[in-house]
Ligand binder design. Structure first.
Ligand SMILES: [Fe+2]
Ligand SMILES: [Fe+2]
Length: 310
């Protein structure tokens, strides 16, 4: 049991409000501060972009890969935060005529995710100013959100907890320690991390609360929904890996041989699966929360689905 487990739920919502007020930041004044991106620096760190997997590329080309992946990283967060925010607004209605502390915590969560989406749109545009034209990110956040929100709340909350925990792990384990990163890119994810800490706590509270109202059959179907969401994320990652590999090949400044392209695309996909699927699936706290809610055979079903994504 951690110290956090012993704190009653209503004071955990209150603590999230306190932390949210303490860390609150502004996109221009705190994060961007009039800066521009500099292509002399990496954006995404090696621990996330897995540049060692790009065996045929020079160090300059690997830096370009980290910049393409960094832009995609910001865009993926902007994308998922649309459905996360819609679900948070929906859950806040469960508390609306009751626990006003929980309502406030969830309203702040929602407000922060709106700000984060605005930040990530800015980052996409700012990276677009310094990298060659032709980058594509063809997913509409509302269309993706509509598909995700068609799944059970349990599955959406489990995926959301996963995302908001791996966001923090990425910052602490890979982004913060890398001394060669763009200072602006690093700050974007430092400030994002500060607010995501509260979100992950609220995701867990809401997931456990929602789970308590499910029958065993409903939970079993929700596990299938969760597996379906992971597969849908993977489909999106495959499409983006192909788009980003194609963009790299056209813009890297040399002729990329036809037989080299599949290897570059596979390296992008391996990095994206690590970033958005496996790093979260291996997150100890995510595993702990999930295991506390599901049976051993449901856990094995999830593991079997994850094992196909390599
Ligand atoms: Fe966020
Ligand atoms: Fe969040």
């Amino acid at each position: 049991m951690t110290a956090m487990d012993r704190i009653p739920d209503n004071s955990r919502y209150a603590r999230c409000i306190e932390s949210s007020k303490r860390v609150r930041w502004d996109i221009d004044e705190d994060v961007i501060r009039g800066r521009r991106f500099d292509t002399g620096h990496k954006f995404l760190p090696d621990g996330l972009s897995l540049t060692d997997g790009f065996t045929t590329l020079s160090s300059g080309e690997r830096r370009f890969v980290s910049q393409i992946q960094g832009r995609t990283y910001a865009n993926i967060f902007g994308l998922v935060e649309r459905f996360i925010n819609a679900k948070v607004l929906e859950l806040s209605r469960d508390h609306a005529l009751g626990d006003q502390v929980a309502v406030e915590a969830l309203v702040r969560f929602s407000d922060e995710e709106l700000k984060h989406q605005a930040l990530f749109r800015r980052i996409d545009a700012m990276v677009g100013e310094v990298l060659p034209a032709g980058y594509r990110f063809d997913f509409d956040p509302d269309t993706v959100a509509r598909a995700v929100l068609g799944k059970s709340t349990w599955a959406v909350l489990a995926l959301t907890l996963d995302i908001e925990l791996f966001t923090q792990a990425h910052y602490r384990q890979s982004i913060d320690p890398d001394t060669e990163l763009s200072a602006l890119f690093k700050d974007v994810f430092l400030y994002h991390w500060k607010e995501e800490m509260q979100h992950a706590i609220l995701d867990e509270l809401e997931l456990v609360r929602h789970d308590a109202g499910l029958t065993a059959e409903e939970r079993d179907r929700a596990v299938d929904d969760f597996i379906g969401l992971i597969a849908a994320v993977d489909g999106l990652l495959q499409a983006q890996a192909a788009a980003d590999a194609g963009y790299f090949a056209v813009n890297c400044g040399r002729t990329v041989k036809a037989d080299e392209v599949p290897a570059i695309e596979a390296a992008f996909l391996m990095a994206y699966r690590w970033q958005y699927i496996h790093s979260g699936a291996r997150h100890p706290h995510f595993g702990k929360v999930l295991t506390s809610l599901i049976t051993e055979s449901q856990g094995q079903r999830i593991q079997a689905a994850l094992a196909t994504l390599h």
